[in-house]
Write a protein that binds this ligand. Structure first.
Ligand SMILES: NC(=O)c1ccc[n+]([C@@H]2O[C@H](COP(=O)([O-])OP(=O)(O)OC[C@H]3O[C@@H](n4cnc5c(N)ncnc54)[C@H](OP(=O)(O)O)[C@@H]3O)[C@@H](O)[C@H]2O)c1
Length: 332
């Protein structure tokens, strides 16, 4: 078995200084775990950009290889729960946070973190979806289970060109909902409509007059990836009995909203967590994506890069400049 592999390594030579480079690492550098996986694909998530730049809320111990998503082939599994050659997906838990992650060609993790690649998805497609796909699918599933039906009105998606947002737009469109996508990149209107958005609006349009305690009811449901004032406006403009999912904080982790939408309109606010999502739910979400929610034009929704293309994408993500989700190809 080859024990050396390439990886993006983040090092901290001094306080608040984080250097990133592509290095050769060894299996001996990886943490304990039953399962060794040769990683073929990963994807870039907002959390990875934070880890790669030393955000202590994600990663405190360096040197470190980020990457909360990985898909590849089992090399060995000490507890026999997988066989060599099995195709598996590993996402979240601690992967890429304090455990060396998918921006390396090998990972070693607890076997209970891995999901067998479901029928209907290739390894590459699984990482075009990745944690962003799980999060979008969990959000869509929560709206459906909350009884929000397509005929009740439009669904608002915030952060629409982002990884979670773009997949939510496409999955909601596929599930028959009319989607209003809100974006900071109005030059991406055609792209978002191509994914399935019925209407595309700017952040400014959404936020105009948003400081009022209650707003005109507009949305049957909301998939929010932004948090902060945008989430508050979304909640205040959700229709009677509607549901709002909350997964992200790119705008702000704070939420300043009064109780009126909840006590006068019965609006429900639903938290989404993909990181510690229980394994049975995780397996069913992957199956649902493979069988029903996988967007038709998945290839066109991603930019594919190798390890050497990651730096530019990490910087672009932190500046909210990326126009496509990033797929990372780790094959030589
Ligand atoms: N809860 C979970 O399990 C879970 C899982 C995955 C991700 N997340 C979180 O979900 C959020 C989105 O993740 P992602 O990977 O999709 O990130 P991403 O690809 O960077 O997308 C975020 C998008 O939000 C918009 N945006 C960025 N900064 C903004 C700001 N200051 N105000 C308003 N909009 C802004 C941009 O889209 P537009 O230009 O189109 O507006 C950007 O493309 C992150 O906070 C991430 O940590 C949570």
């Amino acid at each position: 078995m080859a024990t050396e592999f390439k990886a993006l390594l983040v090092e901290q030579p001094e306080k608040k200084v984080f250097n990133r480079s592509i290095v050769t690492r060894s299996l001996d550098d990886l943490p304990e775990g039953e399962l060794v996986v040769k990683v073929y694909y990963s994807s870039l998530n907002f959390k990875d950009a934070l880890s790669a730049t030393g955000n202590p809320g994600v990663t405190r111990n360096f040197p470190h290889t980020p990457g909360i998503d990985a898909a590849g082939e089992v090399v060995s599994c000490a507890d026999g729960s997988f066989q060599p050659g099995d195709q598996v997906i590993v996402t979240s838990y601690d992967l890429g946070m304090e455990t060396d992650g998918g921006f390396g060609q090998m990972i070693r993790v607890p076997s209970k973190w891995a999901v067998k690649l479901p029928d209907g998805l290739t390894l590459k497609e699984s990482m075009m979806l990745g944690t962003a796909g799980i999060t979008a699918a969990l959000s869509v599933q929560e709206l459906i289970e909350s009884g929000v039906k397509p005929e009740y009105g439009p669904i608002l998606v915030t952060g629409a060109t982002g990884g979670v947002g773009s997949l939510a737009v496409a999955m909601l469109g596929k599930a028959g909902y009319k989607v209003t996508a809100v974006t900071g990149k109005m030059d991406q209107e055609d792209y978002l409509k191509g994914l399935g958005a019925d209407t595309v609006i700017s952040r400014e349009t959404l936020m105009t007059g948003g400081e009022r305690p209650m707003l005109k009811t507009t949305w049957a449901g909301v998939v929010d990836c932004v948090g902060g004032d945008m989430l508050a406006v979304a909640i205040k403009s959700t229709k009677y009995g509607g549901a709002v999912t909350c997964c992200g904080l790119v705008g702000s982790p704070d939420l300043n909203v009064n109780v009126f939408p909840f006590i006068l309109r019965g609006v429900r606010l639903i938290g989404i967590d993909s990181a510690e999502c229980p394994m049975d739910k995780r397996i069913s979400v992957w199956k649902r994506m493979a069988d029903q929610l996988k967007p038709a034009g998945l290839e066109e929704m991603v930019d594919e890069v190798g390890l050497d293309g990651l730096e530019e994408k990490i910087q672009g993500m932190l500046k909210a400049q990326l126009k496509r989700k990033v797929l990372v190809n780790l094959q030589d």
